[in-house]
Design a protein around this ligand. Structure first.
Ligand SMILES: *[C@@H]1O[C@H](CO)[C@@H](O)[C@H](O)[C@H]1NC(C)=O
Ligand SMILES: *[C@@H]1O[C@H](CO)[C@@H](O)[C@H](O)[C@H]1NC(C)=O
Length: 171
């Protein structure tokens, strides 16, 4: 009984919300953007962890390949946010694959590592998915805040594992 309760306490709460706002220009906003652990912006980005975004959009034209371009704006400074192999959009489509035809509903899961070098400030991140001709397929902005990994969570998890160990020993 107690062990069940402790195990539940260890599972992080999964909260979702539709957290995007529109990009500048005529770029099409996705139907929905959900970021794990964020029900409303600004979303907390935890250093050393991955941000996972589930993005649903509809193509307005045929597309052979796509690239995800991330740009961060902090304190008025715009910088490219390197995504490495995660920028190959077509490798992360859920239930569909490239090439895509026009009017296809696409689910795309973007993984963004939050490197320790990111400053602890408020920032906005633009995610622009472009096609083979560098034309935007879908684009959104999410407001965020870079955070340290909360110490309370780490300490709490350690205490819980100590308790579990204790329960096993005295059983
Ligand atoms: C998500 O938010 C955008 C922008 O506010 C809105 O256009 C869209 O309809 C929302 N989608 C859902 C599924 O609520
Ligand atoms: C793609 O387009 C953007 C803006 O339209 C431009 O800044 C960028 O340099 C282009 N990239 C390539 C690879 O052509």
């Amino acid at each position: 009984m107690f062990r069940v309760l402790f195990l539940i306490a260890l599972v992080p709460a999964l909260v979702y919300g539709n957290v995007s706002r529109a990009c500048t220009g005529d770029r099409t906003q996705p139907l929905s953007v959900q970021i794990e652990g964020c029900s409303a912006p600004p979303c907390d980005l935890v250093r050393g962890q991955n941000v996972i975004a589930d993005i649903d959009f509809t193509t307005d034209r045929a597309v052979t390949s796509m690239t995800t371009v991330a740009t961060a704006t902090a304190l008025g400074v715009v910088t490219n946010y390197p995504l490495g192999s995660n920028a190959v959009t077509c490798n992360f489509l859920q239930g569909s694959s490239c090439p895509l035809s026009a009017n296809e509903d696409v689910s795309y899961r973007l993984t963004m590592p939050i490197l320790a070098i990111y400053p602890l400030v408020s920032l906005s991140i633009e995610i622009n998915v472009v096609d083979q001709d560098n034309n935007s397929v879908t684009c959104f902005v999410v407001d965020a805040q870079v955070k340290w990994e909360p110490i309370a969570v780490r300490t709490c998890q350690r205490h819980v594992s100590d308790l579990l160990l204790l329960l096993l020993i005295i059983r």
